[in-house]
Design a binder for this molecule. Sequence first.
Ligand code: AMP
Length: 216
Amino acid sequence: MALVSPFCGSPPRHAAERGPTPGRKNVMRLVLIGPPGAGKGTQSSRLAAHLGVPHLSTGDMLREAMAAHTPLGDQARAYIERGQLVPDELVLNMVCQRITQPDCHAGMLLDGFPRTVRQAEALDAYLHGRGTPLDVALELAVPDDEVVRRLDKRGRDDDRPQVVAQRLHAYWTATRPLLDYYRQRGLLRSVDGLGTMDEVFARLLRALGRSSPHCS
Ligand code: AMP
């Protein structure tokens, strides 16, 4: 299967580019998975700051590309406006350009990526090729009715009811299978996404085996 080729090609060759910085502790490469409106964006940016790794949100990257009217943004727009997933090739290409930047070599938090098994396989192939596999896949679990309620309040363009229904459908059909994918690899940790922002954040830290001195 040509899973690596659309995504990043060959991994870096220099030993200095492989793996965590020597002596640096707690390096983390993690992905956060959850339905739209689960709070992934808010929790990810807080978690990334706490862990000292870059926060990479594919949703934000795509919205920026749309606002800047780049070719990628123009291609992605129709999918996003309909609540559909942007095709894997486009997303893999975009993520590839970002995660090969030096600031990602010592860790990263991926938010909203991967969203399909194919994306997860491509990410795994790239990270394994560098000798720096994923540490953990965090699931932020929120029931559908709560998701609909939250998105209704948020009011973003792609939060209109019909689009929300389509986004949930995409989550259930394309993204939820990732939970099994990561469970089978022993990487999945599920966290209850209901509660206050601080409560959920404390749960995420616990799931990572970290204490939460200032967050509860
Ligand atoms: P988000 O802000 O993560 O909910 O993403 C907003 C929209 O961007 C999604 O509904 C998708 O249309 C698109 N999108 C974001 N990340 C991905 C991805 N990894 N694969 C495909 N489409 C994506």
